[in-house]
Design a protein around this ligand. Structure first.
Ligand SMILES: [Zn+2]
Length: 781
């Protein structure tokens, strides 16, 4: 299904790689203004003039732009079985108009049918009767010029269905059907998925001709249950020659085969349903299963996000708001990460809750500031908005006050919000295999937190970055001066080779923890291939240390050399001796920093600089006992070195990234950003000065630079939902000027104003007196 657009995108990336390598060979930094222009960072601007749907009918003319390239604003009223008699279609039509949506997701079938299906097992909504609610909504949407995706929810069924096809349902270890409340869970390896659901897709596609399908829970049982049904037993044996694994055991080859077999099945379903949709609904009829964004979550559900994005024209995200462990910045990160897989010319609509998300209250309005910041961060990451209400009837009308202002703004400025390329010189590397096979059942702690710790440090220091899939290191290398490897424990040989190639050409790396100790299947390597590069003795890889999972221990960092005298409280400057490494900038008034995390045990190679060592845990309480038992050790927490290629290497065996995500200590943020800034050198293309926490995302499009500024200052100070955004300012914004660009105009697309511009040889500067919840600056040459 990978179409020509995807191939074009890939070709552009290859061109970019060549240009960047040329630039590097010429001794220039990767984000040279030359490569910026030559490398094809600047995409041809696809201007979509009409917000109206230009739907390509089944078998229609090839010249029409298909709906999935034009439908920018989305909405969904997610109805329930009690809704049909109360669905006020006239009211919702007005709401569609008020929020400017161009596409809607309408409940059609699956667990519950909202149309009179010919299939007697397709359970009709209890209050539907002989009505065709799906058809009525679709007809109204058509009249209003909207795209319609038929929403499916295919994963469980009622008891009558179970009795008709008991072999289609998942089985527990003791042979009982897997239940979810009063429903029965279907097995993804059964004919329910091969025959029954395709039949429904055909019925809906042929009868109603929706533009496509959105499927909610399409990927079957998650990793927590090994289904013992007859289909699983026979198909796994046919595929692997083995019986089903007796239990979850990541060290067992059979269990890993079962994981791979399950992944392959989900991808097979994706392809099958897209084939069916296109056969029955026409060339542009897509079936799109919902994806979440978190690699650990997707891994538990066997959804290979990279494989799915590579074969898709559009993906739909189900990441509706912040959860307790993440910030708004995760939505921008999600957009950038998935565009890195999908291509920046495609759309990623995301379901965004207008109701309270954390904890969930389906019927209560999310505070407007909370919902808006989530939407704004999505937009900053290239995501398309999709308001989501659960239920056709709402008593809390405040939830209808949130979307329209922002969607009107986004609709009016849509040409600046799509078809652009991020401008960044720092790449943050990730992979789902790392989450699965290194993270195993602790992926959130082992791989999720280190990644998010870096995201937060980067955003906190206003450093533009792009997420880079570990398989795409070579593809992205030319635009990057620094790769961050946050506890990337499981890496394939080719990923390791790409790291060496990057470093040979002068690219710098910042790695943490157990990066590279395992292969891509989570098998510990006989030798640690990155040891020498990271500046540690090439002994066997360090063994996986037990994690501190419950909270910080009372360990510290010792900063070398001493700059304060512990015996002299007045600390006269004359006693200061030695010079510290740049990575410790800002810590001149202390010899120690709090740590609290886990240390990977390594021994430095000769030539490695060790600016930080470990002070082991000692009692906190009672205070009489709280003294350092061992105030100095040789155990390295940070190692740095510079290579002949000019590459800089920082290796943090101490899990500062994970610790920062866990506890938010300011010193950990400073250490991480110091390491990033030291390793990235002078390549960072953006400086923003002024108060506050501001997520800065910079893009290039045609002959324009586009800068999103989202003010995250408020959520940084108070747990719970954001009720009010506090403006910050003044801000001075400096953007690196691409060579040959005479930028003399800067517009704010939020204030509708022109900003005064100052330029010098390399930079263009504007001043903002104040930043509300966001701004979008467009610098035009
Ligand atoms: Zn099964």
């Amino acid at each position: 299904m990978a179409g020509s657009d995807y191939d074009d995108e890939r070709k552009r990336q290859e061109d970019l790689t060549d240009a960047g390598q040329d630039a590097r060979r010429a001794g220039k930094r990767p984000f040279s203004r030359r490569s910026f222009l030559v490398g094809g960072v600047v995409l041809p601007l696809l201007r979509v003039q009409s917000p109206k749907r230009t739907q390509a009918q089944p078998g229609g003319a090839a010249s029409q732009t298909p709906w999935f390239r034009t439908t920018f604003l989305w909405g969904q009223t997610n109805i329930n079985e009690a809704d049909p008699p109360h669905y006020d279609l006239d009211w919702w039509r007005k709401y569609w108009k008020r929020t400017g949506v161009q596409g809607i997701i309408v409940n059609a079938g699956g667990i519950v049918a909202y149309y009179p299906s010919a299939d007697p097992l397709h359970h009709r909504a209890r209050s539907l009767g002989e009505r065709d609610l799906f058809g009525e909504v679709l007809k109204a949407a058509r009249e209003d010029g909207l795209v319609v995706l038929a929403r499916m929810d295919c994963n469980r069924a009622h008891e009558d269905f179970y009795k008709a096809h008991p072999d289609w349902f998942a089985r527990t270890d003791d042979g009982n059907p897997v239940r979810a409340a009063d429903l029965y869970v279907t097995c993804i390896h059964s004919p329910y998925y091969d025959q029954y659901i395709p039949g429904l897709l055909r019925e809906i596609a042929e009868r109603y001709r929706p533009e496509g399908f959105a499927d909610n829970s399409w990927s079957g049982l998650d990793r927590g249950t090994i289904c013992r049904c007859v289909n699983c037993r026979t198909k796994f044996r046919a595929s692997s020659g083995q019986d089903l694994p007796p239990r979850a055991d990541w060290d067992s080859p059979v269990y890993r085969q079962w994981i791979a077999w399950n992944y392959a099945r989900r991808t097979e379903i994706w392809d099958l349903y897209n084939r069916v949709a296109r056969e029955a609904g026409g060339r542009d009829c897509l079936w799109i299963g919902m994806l979440a964004d978190n690699p650990a979550y997707e891994g538990r559900r066997f959804r290979d996000v990279k494989a799915i994005c590579e074969r898709s024209e559009m993906v739909l995200l189900d990441h509706q708001g912040r959860n307790a462990s993440e910030g708004f910045e995760n939505n921008a990160d999600a957009g950038k990460r998935l565009h890195g897989l999908l291509g920046w010319n495609k759309f990623i609509p995301e379901s965004m809750a207008m109701y309270v998300r954390n904890p969930t209250f389906r019927k209560a309005a999310n505070p407007r500031a909370e919902a808006r910041l989530w939407m704004l961060e999505g937009i900053a990451g290239g995501i398309q908005t999709w308001w989501h209400h659960v239920g056709a009837v709402q008593e809390d009308k405040r939830q209808f006050d949130t979307a329209s202002q922002l969607t009107s703004w986004a609709g009016a400025n849509r040409s600046f919000l799509t078809n652009r390329q991020p401008v960044a010189t720092v790449g943050l590397v990730w992979s789902q295999a790392n989450s699965d096979f290194y993270g195993r059942d602790e992926a959130e702690v082992l791989t999720g937190l280190p990644y998010r710790g870096f995201v937060r440090a980067l955003v906190g220091d206003r450093l533009p970055y792009i997420p880079v899939h570990a398989d795409h290191i070579e593809r992205e290398a030319s635009r990057l001066s620094l790769l961050i490897l946050p506890c990337l424990g499981a890496m394939s040989d080719s990923q390791i080779a790409a790291i060496f190639k990057f470093v040979e050409k002068g690219g710098s790396i910042l790695a943490t923890g157990e990066t590279g100790i395992m292969d891509e299947f989570g098998r510990t390597r006989a030798a640690w291939p990155l040891a020498e590069l990271l500046g540690v003795e090439a002994t066997a890889p360090p063994s996986r240390e037990p994690r501190n999972r419950t909270g910080a221990n009372h360990s510290y960092f010792r900063l070398l050399p001493d700059l304060t005298d512990p015996t002299d409280p007045t600390d006269p400057p004359s006693r200061r001796i030695g010079t510290r490494h740049d990575i410790l900038r800002g810590f001149e008034r202390t010899n120690i920093l709090p740590f609290g995390g886990t240390l990977t045990a390594v021994k430095p190679r000769p030539g490695s600089i060790v600016p930080v060592t470990y002070i082991p845990d000692f009692p906190i309480y009672p205070p009489e006992t709280s003294w350092m038992r061992e105030s100095r050790t040789e155990r390295p927490c940070v190692l740095v070195r510079e290579l002949q290629s000019k590459a800089k290497v920082a290796y943090l065996p101490a899990d500062i990234d994970r610790s920062y995500a866990s506890w938010g200590l300011a010193d950990h943020a400073q250490l991480l950003t110091n390491a990033i800034r030291w390793a990235a050198g002078s390549s960072i293309p953006l400086r923003v000065e002024g108060p506050g926490v501001i997520d800065c995302n910079l893009y290039a499009q045609g002959r324009a630079l586009i800068l999103h500024l989202v003010n995250l200052t408020t959520p940084g100070v108070w747990p719970g939902a954001v009720r009010e955004v506090v403006p910050v300012g003044p801000l001075t914004v400096h953007v690196q000027r691409p060579d040959g660009w005479k930028i003399n105009r800067c517009r704010s697309l939020v204030r509708n104003s022109r900003q005064r511009v100052a330029t010098d040889a390399d930079w263009v500067t504007v001043r903002l007196e104040s930043l509300g919840d966001h701004d979008l600056l467009v610098f035009e040459a």
